[in-house]
Design a binder for this molecule. Structure first.
Ligand code: GCU
Length: 494
């Protein structure tokens, strides 16, 4: 059953066995042909495309082979840049260019069994899907020994004018009894509401440029870690300056969170691992590879490292009796939304997971190839995923999974996916289709899943076990977004 929901394209039937989406346009036939052939020679429709954007298939295959070999050679860098330019020249923001595609079956096991119960899901299908994502997308965490120490650095009961208690706690890593370099420290910033008795539920998430960016509160330690440059924010020579204090006040809304009875817990993602292809050893992957080792093709990239770090933060929360670690809502924006989803998939202690504009490699379906594609993301951020993910550059149909299956790994725990209308790079429609097709995993548990079958109007949240909204505006986290997440948490925690 296909339903027309917007002029120019059709939405999917919700019959779980009929995973098929057809795009009805005159342009789709040639586009599909090109995708299948993998050649893309005839992309004359791309405005401004030059001859360099149409390399022959042999050249592409040669460069793709170099990417798959991994490493840090000049050859690798040349291949990456070449392919990045190539994949970027084929990006589309036009729904008419979305090819026909067929999603892999969510509820059919590898050996063809139809999954009909929550038990079968937990014992069989969930494990299969998790394995697929580990091997092909985010990478496995290899075995290694480590110990952690939790050190309370400061506690102020009169923070935010008496509204909250601010605690700063460091997670230090040790290996074989030896303390590791100072940069291997995750500095947690925690605000606890003063008006309620603990243990309180928490909203937790990683931040992009240090804890001091979430609030102008001058008691927050200024991060001293390496950061991506950002002059507007006051990140000068890869270090945070005082100017960055409170820059992201509106993304975190600390007072609102605390007033509603939640603790807010955050850490700088770069404390777990810097967001840079050459800095793996300054982060937690050092624990696995030391000074010289390298991840195998199916082992973790930075997103999985961030997710691993989020789990260590939750380990700390288990020891903090002011916070109810069984009621933690994990929220992540954009690349950190991808990490939040993967953390929620790999660690079932996270009670609620929120993906804010996570897009490609996050909530959005890869097969739609709308906005950022697999080829673009892998060649722009070569450190984010397992090297194996490169196998699917320009070959999304060969993926043994799609992102609806990642979302389904959160089931039966509540999941919220949010998009922004103008954030086409993250493919809002692909994010919506993805939760639609994840919903059967919730229904299997006797839950409502997504309460609608068609995309709701702008700024009209829907909340079942799956929550969703698409708001007006651009790629960002707004006060309104946070308000919806807190409403969702109230709904499920109270
Ligand atoms: C880039 C990247 C996205 C990512 C975003 C972000 O736009 O292509 O995949 O989500 O950065 O993290 O803000």
């Amino acid at each position: 059953m296909l339903r027309l929901i917007r002029p120019g394209y059709l939405s999917v039937s919700r019959t779980p066995t009929l995973y098929k989406i057809i795009v009805m346009t005159t342009l789709s036939a040639p586009f599909l042909l090109l995708t299948i052939s993998g050649l893309l020679i005839g992309m004359l429709t791309v405005p401004g495309a030059s001859a360099q954007d149409h390399p022959d298939s042999e050249e592409i295959a040669r460069y793709e082979k170099i990417l798959l070999e991994g490493g840090h050679s000049e050859e690798f860098e040349e291949a990456r840049l070449f392919l990045n330019r190539y994949y970027r020249s084929h990006v589309t923001n036009n729904e008419e260019n979305v090819p026909d595609y067929k999603l892999p079956e969510l509820l059919i096991s590898d050996d063809g069994r139809v999954i009909e119960s929550a038990e079968q899901w937990a014992d069989l299908r969930r494990e299969e899907i998790l394995k697929l994502f580990k091997e092909n997308v985010y990478g496995k965490v290899p075995g290694f020994e480590y110990e952690m120490a939790f050190i309370e650095r400061s506690a102020d009961r009169q923070a935010l004018g008496g509204l909250a208690t601010r605690k700063q706690v460091s997670i230090r890593f040790h290996q074989n009894g030896k303390e590791l370099p100072e940069n291997l420290t995750i500095d947690l910033l925690i605000y606890l509401p003063n008006h309620t008795e603990g243990p309180v539920p928490a909203m937790m998430g990683l931040n992009f440029y240090g804890n001091q960016t979430i609030h102008p509160d001058d008691g927050i330690h200024l991060s001293t870690k390496w950061m991506r440059p950002n002059e507007d924010l006051g990140i000068i020579e890869n270090r945070a300056t005082e100017k960055s204090r409170g820059y992201y006040l509106d993304r975190w809304r600390v007072e609102d969170v605390v007033r509603r009875g939640y603790a807010l817990v955050t850490a700088y993602a770069g404390d777990i691992e810097p967001d840079d292809p050459s800095r793996m050893r300054q982060g937690v992957r050092y624990l696995a590879y030391g000074e010289t080792g390298e991840p195998a093709a199916d082992e973790w990239g930075t997103i999985a490292a961030w997710a691993w770090g989020l789990s260590r933060m939750l380990d700390y929360l288990e020891t903090d009796d002011q916070i109810d670690y069984e009621r933690v809502m994990l929220m992540g924006h954009s690349r950190l939304g991808k990490a939040a989803l993967w953390a929620g998939a790999t660690d079932e202690r996270f009670a609620i997971v929120v993906s804010n504009n996570s897009g490609s490699g996050g909530a959005a379906l890869s097969r739609r190839r709308f906005g950022e594609t697999v080829g673009v993301i892998n060649t722009s951020f070569p450190h984010w995923f397992a090297n194996n993910f490169n196998r699917y550059n320009g070959r999304e149909d060969e993926l043994p999974l799609d992102q609806h299956m990642l979302l389904a790994l959160i089931a039966p725990r509540p999941l919220y996916v949010a998009s922004a209308k103008e954030d086409l790079w993250a493919d809002p429609e692909g994010e919506f289709q993805s939760i639609l097709w994840a919903s059967p995993a919730y229904e299997l548990h006797g839950l409502e899943g997504l309460p609608v079958s068609e995309r709701p109007e702008l700024n009209k949240p829907v909340m079942g076990s799956i929550g969703y909204h698409i708001r007006t505006g651009v790629h960002n986290v707004t006060a309104w977004d946070i308000e919806q997440y807190l409403n969702f948490a109230d709904l499920h925690f109270n």
